[in-house]
Design a protein around this ligand. Sequence first.
Ligand code: ZN
Length: 273
Amino acid sequence: MPELPEVETVVAGLKPQITGAKLVSVSDSGKNLRYPLPDFSTLLQQNIQRVERRAKYLLFYFENGQTLIWHLGMTGQFHVLAQHEAKTKHEHVTLTFTDGNTLRYRDTRRFGYAGLCDSDDLEQHAWFAKLGVEPLLDDFSGDYLRDILKTRKTSIKQAIMDNHVVVGVGNIYASESLFRAGIHPTQVANSLKPKQYALLVQHIKTVLAEAIEAGGSTISDFVKAVGKPGYFAHSFKVYGREGEPCHTCKKPIEKIILGGRVSFFCSKCQMMK
Ligand SMILES: [Zn+2]
């Protein structure tokens, strides 16, 4: 499933290609995505003013004051292709622009979905209203994390993966940042020391920034907007490394299941405190 760094990479890939483009038509395969597609008619003859990301959603801001919201689900991909290029397998939506380019949405498993909203009302939209802060913004700080988790009795790993706390810290990035911060994944969320919250926040930001820099982690079907896979996967320190020696202390990396999700850690470098 594309995680925040992959979506950020997709947005960065799309920006130079479709910012300013004017939409002339939209066609679809007739197959349902997770939800029915929105009515695109109000967006016709409108320019895309900017493309942004909020959590794992792509936001296409149009000049008429509406925003097209798109979630990639499990296997969604966007490609910008010339109008004359043939339709490919699993291509479900095509947005055609006046410059002859098309934005093609491909989704093998069709768990992706799209919606339309007035740009001014985005933060109140059902998909956004309850979301926590963006991890890469200054709002996400050690003090913020400590405060929001002060009564939380779940594991710290489940807490940082909770979208109501902070968005976009998926399973891989949670495991990697906890390892770097030396915090055991099962530690109770409200029991960290103040400096551990700050350290964890710092490592979450670094891990995500490195993954964005590398173009996403490329798990499963994900291919970034320009079609090349990312390489962050090669630098995982714990994720997927069960039984392999820890890069720091050589102790074999262990695996547990937490909240139904597989978690990797080093029991020596991430001792319970
Ligand atoms: Zn270790």
